[in-house]
Design a protein around this ligand. Structure first.
Ligand code: PGA
Length: 254
C-alpha cells in the first residue's frame, strides 16, 4: 500500500490566535494512520505553540535550518536547536529560499547534512522556473539540484529523506502542474536516484508542491510516483487542508 504525506508549509503566516483555531480544527479531523502522515511546518516562533497544541499523530517540521552548527550567526536557528524541540522534519531548498535568500546548491547540501546529523528528516525541494520549463530544461535542472546534494553528502542519507518537486511557476500562482507533467518529473527523479541506489529510488517519498488544493489533489496523489503534497496557501484554510487530508485518506483506503 502506498504511503502519503500531507505537509503544510505555513510560510510567514499566522499568529497565536489564528494558529490555535487552525490546529484545533485539524486536530479534530486527523486520525492516526500509519500510511498517512500529516506534517505541519509553522514559522519558528510558533513551533513550541504548535508542539503543545497538536495531537500526537501529527508531526512538526521547521521551514529552514542554518547551514552553520552554532556560534556567532545572528538570527540563525541551528539543527541542534530544532532537535532540542524534538521536531521530526525540516524543509530545505525551498525555491523562495533559493531565490530570495541565496540558498545555493552548496548551502543546501550543508543544510541537508546538518538536518541528518540532528536526526531531522529533510524535505528537499527541487523544481524549475517557468523560463527553464519553456526551454526544455526541467529535467536537467531537477537532476542537477538533486545530484549536487548527493555528491556533496552521500546517497545513503536519502534513505531517510523526502523530496518535494515544486515547479517554481506553480508556487502560489494557482497554476498547478498537471498530474501527467508532475508524474513525468517524479519518475525521472526516481531514475536519477536509481543510478546511485535502486532501493532508495523505489522507497523515497516524492511529494508534489505548487498550488495543491482540494480540487486538484486527487489527480496528483493517485499518480504512481507521487507520495503526497507540500501545501502552502491551501494549508492556511482548515477546511481545505482537511479536505486534502480526507482525499488522501480515501486514496490509501481504496
Ligand atoms: P502553494 O505553496 O501551495 O501556495 O503553491 C507551496 C509551497 O511553496 O510549498
Amino acid at each position: 500500500m502506498k504511503k502519503l504525506f500531507i505537509v503544510a508549509n505555513w510560510k510567514m503566516n499566522g499568529d497565536k490566535r489564528f494558529n490555535e483555531q487552525l490546529m484545533r480544527y485539524i486536530n479534530e479531523q486527523v486520525f492516526k494512520n500509519s500510511n498517512l502522515e500529516v506534517i505541519i511546518c509553522p514559522p519558528f516562533t510558533y513551533l513550541t505553540q504548535i508542539l503543545e497544541l497538536k495531537i500526537s499523530c501529527i508531526k512538526i517540521g521547521a521551514q529552514n535550518i542554518s547551514e552553520k552548527k552554532d556560534g556567532a550567526f545572528t538570527g540563525e536557528i541551528s539543527g541542534s536547536m530544532l532537535q532540542d524541540l524534538k521536531l521530526d522534519y525540516v524543509i530545505i531548498g525551498h525555491s523562495e529560499r533559493r531565490q530570495m535568500y541565496n540558498d545555493d546548491d552548496n548551502v543546501i547540501a550543508r543544510k541537508f547534512e546538518l538536518a541528518h546529523q540532528n536526526k531531522l528528516t529533510p524535505i528537499l525541494c527541487v523544481g524549475e522556473s517557468l523560463n527553464e520549463r519553456n526551454h526544455g530544461q526541467t529535467l536537467s535542472v531537477v537532476e542537477s539540484q538533486i545530484k549536487s546534494v548527493i555528491e556533496a553528502t552521500q546517497i545513503e542519507l536519502f534513505a531517510k529523506s523526502i523530496i518535494a518537486y515544486e515547479p517554481v511557476w506553480a508556487i502560489g500562482t494557482g497554476e498547478t502542474a498537471t498530474s501527467i507533467q508532475a508524474e513525468e518529473v517524479h519518475s525521472s527523479i526516481r531514475a536519477i536516484i536509481e543510478t546511485y541506489d535502486s532501493n532508495i529510488a523505489t522507497s523515497i517519498p516524492i511529494l508534489y508542491g505548487g498550488s495543491v488544493n482540494a480540487a486538484n489533489c486527487k489527480d496528483l496523489f493517485t499518480m504512481v510516483n507521487i507520495n503526497g503534497g507540500l501545501i502552502g496557501g491551501a494549508s492556511l484554510n482548515g477546511e481545505e487542508f482537511v479536505e486534502i487530508y480526507q482525499t488522501a485518506e480515501k486514496i490509501i483506503n481504496e
